[in-house]
Ligand binder design. Structure first.
Ligand code: SAH
Length: 370
Protein backbone atom coordinates (compact mmCIF):
# COMPACT_ATOMS: atom_id res chain seq x y z
CA UNK A 1 0.00 0.00 0.00
CA UNK A 2 2.96 2.32 0.22
CA UNK A 3 2.51 4.63 -2.69
CA UNK A 4 6.03 6.02 -2.79
CA UNK A 5 7.52 5.30 -6.13
CA UNK A 6 10.99 6.50 -5.33
CA UNK A 7 13.06 5.35 -2.38
CA UNK A 8 12.73 7.78 0.51
CA UNK A 9 15.93 9.67 1.02
CA UNK A 10 17.00 11.20 4.25
CA UNK A 11 16.09 14.88 4.53
CA UNK A 12 13.91 14.49 1.46
CA UNK A 13 10.67 16.46 1.84
CA UNK A 14 7.34 14.64 1.88
CA UNK A 15 5.11 16.97 -0.13
CA UNK A 16 2.03 15.61 1.69
CA UNK A 17 3.25 17.67 4.65
CA UNK A 18 2.37 20.93 2.87
CA UNK A 19 -1.03 22.52 2.26
CA UNK A 20 -1.59 24.90 -0.65
CA UNK A 21 0.01 27.89 1.09
CA UNK A 22 3.00 25.78 2.12
CA UNK A 23 3.40 24.37 -1.37
CA UNK A 24 3.18 27.80 -2.99
CA UNK A 25 5.99 29.04 -0.71
CA UNK A 26 7.99 25.93 -1.54
CA UNK A 27 7.67 26.45 -5.31
CA UNK A 28 8.42 30.18 -5.06
CA UNK A 29 11.56 29.23 -3.15
CA UNK A 30 12.58 27.18 -6.18
CA UNK A 31 12.03 30.16 -8.49
CA UNK A 32 8.76 28.71 -9.78
CA UNK A 33 5.35 30.37 -9.98
CA UNK A 34 3.00 29.84 -7.00
CA UNK A 35 0.36 28.18 -9.24
CA UNK A 36 2.57 25.08 -9.33
CA UNK A 37 1.02 24.39 -5.93
CA UNK A 38 -2.47 23.91 -7.34
CA UNK A 39 -1.06 21.81 -10.18
CA UNK A 40 0.65 19.53 -7.70
CA UNK A 41 -2.46 19.27 -5.52
CA UNK A 42 -4.52 18.20 -8.55
CA UNK A 43 -2.03 15.50 -9.53
CA UNK A 44 -1.74 14.07 -6.07
CA UNK A 45 -5.24 14.30 -4.61
CA UNK A 46 -7.47 14.30 -7.69
CA UNK A 47 -5.53 12.25 -10.26
CA UNK A 48 -3.84 10.07 -7.61
CA UNK A 49 -0.51 10.51 -9.43
CA UNK A 50 2.50 10.48 -7.12
CA UNK A 51 5.27 9.90 -9.68
CA UNK A 52 6.85 13.26 -10.49
CA UNK A 53 7.84 12.00 -13.97
CA UNK A 54 4.15 11.75 -14.88
CA UNK A 55 3.41 15.37 -13.93
CA UNK A 56 3.54 16.52 -17.52
CA UNK A 57 2.76 20.20 -16.94
CA UNK A 58 6.01 20.52 -14.97
CA UNK A 59 9.24 21.27 -16.84
CA UNK A 60 11.81 18.48 -17.11
CA UNK A 61 14.28 20.23 -14.74
CA UNK A 62 11.50 20.75 -12.15
CA UNK A 63 10.45 17.10 -12.33
CA UNK A 64 14.07 16.12 -11.96
CA UNK A 65 14.54 18.38 -8.94
CA UNK A 66 11.39 17.02 -7.27
CA UNK A 67 12.44 13.41 -7.89
CA UNK A 68 15.79 14.03 -6.29
CA UNK A 69 14.71 16.10 -3.32
CA UNK A 70 11.12 15.23 -2.50
CA UNK A 71 8.81 12.28 -2.13
CA UNK A 72 5.12 11.58 -1.74
CA UNK A 73 4.66 8.88 0.85
CA UNK A 74 1.44 7.78 2.50
CA UNK A 75 1.35 5.74 5.71
CA UNK A 76 1.04 2.01 5.23
CA UNK A 77 -2.10 0.01 6.02
CA UNK A 78 -1.21 -3.22 7.79
CA UNK A 79 -4.70 -4.53 8.52
CA UNK A 80 -8.19 -3.93 7.24
CA UNK A 81 -11.22 -5.10 9.21
CA UNK A 82 -14.71 -5.05 7.74
CA UNK A 83 -17.67 -5.11 10.15
CA UNK A 84 -20.99 -6.78 9.45
CA UNK A 85 -22.59 -3.31 9.12
CA UNK A 86 -20.07 -2.28 6.43
CA UNK A 87 -17.91 -0.15 8.74
CA UNK A 88 -14.23 -0.55 7.94
CA UNK A 89 -11.28 -0.09 10.22
CA UNK A 90 -7.72 0.21 9.05
CA UNK A 91 -4.69 -0.24 11.23
CA UNK A 92 -2.08 2.12 9.85
CA UNK A 93 1.65 1.84 10.44
CA UNK A 94 3.36 5.13 11.18
CA UNK A 95 6.97 4.06 11.68
CA UNK A 96 8.91 2.75 14.70
CA UNK A 97 6.24 0.14 15.33
CA UNK A 98 3.58 2.80 16.01
CA UNK A 99 0.10 2.06 14.82
CA UNK A 100 -2.99 4.21 14.60
CA UNK A 101 -6.51 3.49 13.47
CA UNK A 102 -8.79 5.04 10.86
CA UNK A 103 -12.47 4.15 10.47
CA UNK A 104 -14.89 4.52 7.54
CA UNK A 105 -18.60 4.61 8.37
CA UNK A 106 -20.90 4.17 5.34
CA UNK A 107 -24.41 5.58 5.52
CA UNK A 108 -27.12 5.89 2.91
CA UNK A 109 -26.24 9.35 1.68
CA UNK A 110 -22.74 9.82 2.94
CA UNK A 111 -19.48 8.17 3.92
CA UNK A 112 -17.69 9.47 6.99
CA UNK A 113 -14.00 8.94 7.68
CA UNK A 114 -12.90 9.10 11.31
CA UNK A 115 -9.26 10.23 11.32
CA UNK A 116 -6.60 10.04 14.05
CA UNK A 117 -4.41 13.01 14.97
CA UNK A 118 -1.93 11.51 17.45
CA UNK A 119 -0.37 8.16 18.28
CA UNK A 120 -2.11 7.55 21.59
CA UNK A 121 -3.44 10.42 23.69
CA UNK A 122 -2.14 12.41 26.63
CA UNK A 123 -5.48 13.42 28.09
CA UNK A 124 -6.45 10.45 30.26
CA UNK A 125 -10.25 10.68 29.90
CA UNK A 126 -11.37 7.87 32.18
CA UNK A 127 -13.96 6.32 29.82
CA UNK A 128 -11.75 6.18 26.69
CA UNK A 129 -9.59 3.23 25.70
CA UNK A 130 -7.13 5.34 23.66
CA UNK A 131 -6.25 7.11 26.92
CA UNK A 132 -5.21 3.83 28.52
CA UNK A 133 -2.21 3.41 26.24
CA UNK A 134 -0.80 6.86 26.92
CA UNK A 135 0.73 9.30 24.48
CA UNK A 136 3.39 8.50 21.95
CA UNK A 137 3.68 11.37 19.46
CA UNK A 138 1.92 13.80 17.14
CA UNK A 139 1.12 12.66 13.62
CA UNK A 140 2.59 14.66 10.76
CA UNK A 141 0.34 16.42 8.24
CA UNK A 142 1.31 13.71 5.73
CA UNK A 143 0.17 11.01 8.15
CA UNK A 144 -3.15 12.77 8.76
CA UNK A 145 -4.05 13.57 5.13
CA UNK A 146 -2.44 10.23 4.22
CA UNK A 147 -5.21 8.45 6.14
CA UNK A 148 -7.74 10.03 3.76
CA UNK A 149 -5.63 9.04 0.75
CA UNK A 150 -5.16 5.40 1.70
CA UNK A 151 -8.78 5.04 2.82
CA UNK A 152 -10.06 6.43 -0.49
CA UNK A 153 -7.69 4.13 -2.37
CA UNK A 154 -9.02 1.09 -0.49
CA UNK A 155 -12.65 2.17 -0.94
CA UNK A 156 -12.30 2.71 -4.69
CA UNK A 157 -14.27 5.12 -6.84
CA UNK A 158 -17.78 3.94 -5.90
CA UNK A 159 -17.55 4.70 -2.18
CA UNK A 160 -16.67 8.33 -1.72
CA UNK A 161 -15.51 9.95 1.51
CA UNK A 162 -18.00 12.82 1.85
CA UNK A 163 -17.35 13.76 5.49
CA UNK A 164 -14.30 13.74 7.75
CA UNK A 165 -14.40 13.82 11.53
CA UNK A 166 -11.21 14.35 13.55
CA UNK A 167 -12.52 11.91 16.14
CA UNK A 168 -10.03 9.08 15.97
CA UNK A 169 -7.10 8.65 18.32
CA UNK A 170 -5.63 11.72 19.97
CA UNK A 171 -6.57 15.28 20.84
CA UNK A 172 -6.42 17.18 17.53
CA UNK A 173 -6.03 20.62 19.10
CA UNK A 174 -2.81 19.48 20.80
CA UNK A 175 -1.39 18.88 17.32
CA UNK A 176 -2.67 22.18 16.01
CA UNK A 177 -0.49 23.08 13.01
CA UNK A 178 -0.41 19.63 11.45
CA UNK A 179 -4.14 19.09 11.92
CA UNK A 180 -5.03 22.51 10.48
CA UNK A 181 -2.80 21.95 7.43
CA UNK A 182 -4.42 18.53 6.85
CA UNK A 183 -7.93 19.97 7.22
CA UNK A 184 -6.99 22.74 4.73
CA UNK A 185 -6.14 19.98 2.24
CA UNK A 186 -9.43 18.17 2.93
CA UNK A 187 -11.35 21.38 2.14
CA UNK A 188 -9.14 22.68 -0.71
CA UNK A 189 -10.98 22.66 -4.05
CA UNK A 190 -7.77 21.50 -5.74
CA UNK A 191 -7.40 18.60 -3.29
CA UNK A 192 -10.51 16.89 -1.79
CA UNK A 193 -12.86 19.89 -1.89
CA UNK A 194 -14.98 18.72 1.06
CA UNK A 195 -17.24 21.50 2.35
CA UNK A 196 -16.35 23.10 5.68
CA UNK A 197 -19.66 21.88 7.10
CA UNK A 198 -18.52 18.31 6.45
CA UNK A 199 -15.13 18.56 8.14
CA UNK A 200 -15.47 18.38 11.93
CA UNK A 201 -12.83 18.70 14.61
CA UNK A 202 -13.68 17.26 18.01
CA UNK A 203 -11.93 18.54 21.11
CA UNK A 204 -11.99 17.70 24.78
CA UNK A 205 -11.72 21.44 25.41
CA UNK A 206 -8.22 22.84 24.90
CA UNK A 207 -9.52 26.36 25.33
CA UNK A 208 -6.60 28.53 24.04
CA UNK A 209 -6.34 26.33 20.92
CA UNK A 210 -10.10 26.68 20.38
CA UNK A 211 -9.68 30.45 20.04
CA UNK A 212 -6.76 29.93 17.66
CA UNK A 213 -8.86 27.52 15.60
CA UNK A 214 -11.71 30.01 15.29
CA UNK A 215 -9.20 32.48 13.81
CA UNK A 216 -7.30 30.01 11.63
CA UNK A 217 -9.67 27.49 10.13
CA UNK A 218 -13.42 27.55 9.53
CA UNK A 219 -14.47 23.94 10.16
CA UNK A 220 -17.31 22.49 12.21
CA UNK A 221 -16.60 22.24 15.91
CA UNK A 222 -17.60 19.40 18.23
CA UNK A 223 -16.85 19.53 21.95
CA UNK A 224 -16.68 16.52 24.26
CA UNK A 225 -18.69 17.83 27.19
CA UNK A 226 -19.80 14.66 29.05
CA UNK A 227 -20.61 16.40 32.36
CA UNK A 228 -22.45 19.51 33.52
CA UNK A 229 -20.52 20.22 36.72
CA UNK A 230 -16.79 20.91 37.07
CA UNK A 231 -16.71 18.35 39.86
CA UNK A 232 -17.71 15.48 37.58
CA UNK A 233 -15.99 16.79 34.45
CA UNK A 234 -12.69 17.04 36.38
CA UNK A 235 -12.93 13.25 36.75
CA UNK A 236 -14.21 12.24 33.31
CA UNK A 237 -12.23 14.74 31.20
CA UNK A 238 -9.28 15.78 33.40
CA UNK A 239 -8.23 18.68 31.15
CA UNK A 240 -11.27 20.36 32.72
CA UNK A 241 -9.10 21.10 35.77
CA UNK A 242 -7.04 23.40 33.55
CA UNK A 243 -9.92 24.78 31.46
CA UNK A 244 -13.17 24.56 33.44
CA UNK A 245 -16.69 24.67 32.03
CA UNK A 246 -17.15 28.44 32.20
CA UNK A 247 -14.05 29.05 30.05
CA UNK A 248 -14.93 26.19 27.72
CA UNK A 249 -18.42 27.53 27.02
CA UNK A 250 -17.05 31.02 26.44
CA UNK A 251 -14.69 29.61 23.78
CA UNK A 252 -17.67 27.79 22.22
CA UNK A 253 -19.66 31.03 22.05
CA UNK A 254 -16.66 32.68 20.39
CA UNK A 255 -16.60 29.95 17.73
CA UNK A 256 -20.34 30.17 17.16
CA UNK A 257 -19.88 33.83 16.20
CA UNK A 258 -18.12 32.73 13.00
CA UNK A 259 -21.31 32.74 10.99
CA UNK A 260 -25.02 33.33 11.47
CA UNK A 261 -26.90 30.16 12.40
CA UNK A 262 -23.63 28.37 13.20
CA UNK A 263 -23.87 25.77 15.96
CA UNK A 264 -21.39 23.87 18.09
CA UNK A 265 -22.05 20.14 18.47
CA UNK A 266 -21.70 18.91 22.03
CA UNK A 267 -20.86 15.25 22.55
CA UNK A 268 -22.12 13.59 25.71
CA UNK A 269 -21.24 9.98 26.49
CA UNK A 270 -24.04 8.18 28.33
CA UNK A 271 -22.58 6.55 31.45
CA UNK A 272 -24.92 4.51 33.59
CA UNK A 273 -25.52 6.15 36.98
CA UNK A 274 -22.73 8.70 36.40
CA UNK A 275 -24.07 11.51 34.20
CA UNK A 276 -27.47 10.31 32.97
CA UNK A 277 -29.95 11.49 35.64
CA UNK A 278 -32.87 13.86 35.17
CA UNK A 279 -30.88 16.49 37.13
CA UNK A 280 -28.01 16.07 34.66
CA UNK A 281 -30.44 16.63 31.79
CA UNK A 282 -31.76 19.82 33.41
CA UNK A 283 -28.19 21.00 34.08
CA UNK A 284 -27.33 20.37 30.45
CA UNK A 285 -30.35 22.34 29.25
CA UNK A 286 -29.21 25.32 31.32
CA UNK A 287 -25.65 25.13 29.97
CA UNK A 288 -26.59 24.65 26.33
CA UNK A 289 -29.10 27.50 26.39
CA UNK A 290 -26.07 29.81 26.50
CA UNK A 291 -24.49 28.56 23.23
CA UNK A 292 -26.04 27.96 19.79
CA UNK A 293 -25.75 24.21 20.01
CA UNK A 294 -26.72 20.72 18.96
CA UNK A 295 -26.34 17.71 21.20
CA UNK A 296 -25.05 14.28 20.25
CA UNK A 297 -25.57 11.58 22.88
CA UNK A 298 -23.03 8.75 22.55
CA UNK A 299 -23.93 5.40 24.10
CA UNK A 300 -20.82 4.34 26.06
CA UNK A 301 -18.81 1.70 24.23
CA UNK A 302 -17.20 -0.67 26.70
CA UNK A 303 -13.63 -2.00 26.39
CA UNK A 304 -11.57 -4.34 28.58
CA UNK A 305 -11.04 -2.96 32.11
CA UNK A 306 -13.36 0.00 31.62
CA UNK A 307 -15.03 0.85 34.89
CA UNK A 308 -18.25 2.16 33.37
CA UNK A 309 -21.36 0.70 31.82
CA UNK A 310 -23.65 2.22 29.24
CA UNK A 311 -26.88 3.91 30.33
CA UNK A 312 -30.03 1.91 29.66
CA UNK A 313 -32.03 2.58 26.50
CA UNK A 314 -34.74 4.04 28.72
CA UNK A 315 -32.33 6.46 30.37
CA UNK A 316 -30.93 7.54 26.99
CA UNK A 317 -34.42 8.01 25.59
CA UNK A 318 -35.55 9.98 28.65
CA UNK A 319 -32.47 12.21 28.39
CA UNK A 320 -33.03 12.81 24.69
CA UNK A 321 -36.71 13.66 25.15
CA UNK A 322 -36.01 16.16 27.96
CA UNK A 323 -33.38 17.92 25.86
CA UNK A 324 -35.45 17.92 22.68
CA UNK A 325 -38.48 19.23 24.55
CA UNK A 326 -36.33 22.10 25.80
CA UNK A 327 -35.64 23.03 22.17
CA UNK A 328 -32.13 21.57 21.89
CA UNK A 329 -31.72 19.47 18.76
CA UNK A 330 -30.55 16.13 20.16
CA UNK A 331 -29.54 12.95 18.38
CA UNK A 332 -28.29 9.61 19.67
CA UNK A 333 -25.16 8.43 17.86
CA UNK A 334 -25.67 5.06 16.30
CA UNK A 335 -22.92 2.73 17.41
CA UNK A 336 -21.16 1.34 14.34
CA UNK A 337 -18.50 -1.29 13.80
CA UNK A 338 -18.73 -2.75 17.30
CA UNK A 339 -17.77 -6.23 16.11
CA UNK A 340 -14.39 -4.93 14.91
CA UNK A 341 -13.79 -2.58 17.89
CA UNK A 342 -14.24 0.45 15.67
CA UNK A 343 -16.77 2.33 17.80
CA UNK A 344 -16.07 5.65 19.58
CA UNK A 345 -13.47 5.31 22.27
CA UNK A 346 -12.42 1.81 21.24
CA UNK A 347 -9.47 2.72 19.04
CA UNK A 348 -6.19 1.46 20.42
CA UNK A 349 -3.98 1.14 17.38
CA UNK A 350 -2.32 -2.09 18.37
CA UNK A 351 -2.08 -5.22 16.28
CA UNK A 352 -2.78 -7.86 18.89
CA UNK A 353 -1.10 -10.58 16.89
CA UNK A 354 2.51 -10.37 18.07
CA UNK A 355 3.68 -12.81 15.38
CA UNK A 356 3.30 -9.95 12.91
CA UNK A 357 1.54 -12.45 10.69
CA UNK A 358 -0.52 -9.67 9.14
CA UNK A 359 2.53 -7.79 7.97
CA UNK A 360 3.62 -10.69 5.84
CA UNK A 361 0.40 -10.82 3.86
CA UNK A 362 0.71 -8.60 0.85
CA UNK A 363 -0.60 -6.03 0.14
CA UNK A 364 -3.20 -5.76 2.91
CA UNK A 365 -4.64 -8.38 5.18
CA UNK A 366 -8.44 -8.18 5.24
CA UNK A 367 -10.59 -9.61 8.01
CA UNK A 368 -14.37 -9.81 7.84
CA UNK A 369 -16.43 -9.92 11.03
CA UNK A 370 -18.38 -13.16 11.33
N1 SAH B 1 -9.82 13.99 21.82
C1 SAH B 1 -10.95 14.42 21.05
C2 SAH B 1 -11.20 13.46 19.93
C3 SAH B 1 -11.75 12.13 20.36
S1 SAH B 1 -13.26 12.03 19.56
C4 SAH B 1 -12.16 14.63 21.95
O1 SAH B 1 -12.04 14.32 23.13
O2 SAH B 1 -13.17 15.13 21.50
C5 SAH B 1 -14.04 10.69 20.14
C6 SAH B 1 -15.34 10.97 20.89
O3 SAH B 1 -15.71 9.72 21.47
C7 SAH B 1 -15.18 11.96 22.03
O4 SAH B 1 -16.36 12.67 22.27
C8 SAH B 1 -14.89 11.00 23.17
O5 SAH B 1 -15.15 11.62 24.42
C9 SAH B 1 -15.84 9.88 22.87
N2 SAH B 1 -15.48 8.61 23.53
C10 SAH B 1 -14.29 8.24 24.02
N3 SAH B 1 -14.37 7.01 24.58
C11 SAH B 1 -15.64 6.59 24.42
C12 SAH B 1 -16.32 5.39 24.75
N4 SAH B 1 -15.70 4.38 25.34
N5 SAH B 1 -17.64 5.31 24.42
C13 SAH B 1 -18.26 6.33 23.78
N6 SAH B 1 -17.65 7.48 23.43
C14 SAH B 1 -16.36 7.62 23.75
Amino acid sequence: MNSALAPVKQKSLNLLDLDRVGLAAFFVGLGEKPFRATQLLKWVYQEEVVDFDLMTNFSKPLRCYLSENCHITTPEIVLEKIASDGTRKWVVQTGCGNKIETVFIPEENRGTLCVSSQVGCALACTFCSTAQQGFNRNLTTAEIIGQVMVAQQRLGKEKKITNVVMMGMGEPLLNFDNVVAAMNLMMDDFAYGISKRRVTISTSGVVPAMYRLTEACDVSLAVSLHAVTDELRDVLVPINKKYPLKELLEACRDNAKLAPRRTVTFEYVMLNGVNDSIEDAHGLIELLKTVPSKLNLIPFNPFPNSNYTCSSNNAIHRFKTLLNDAGIVTTVRKTRGEDIDAACGQLVGQVADKSRRHLKLNPVSVEHAA
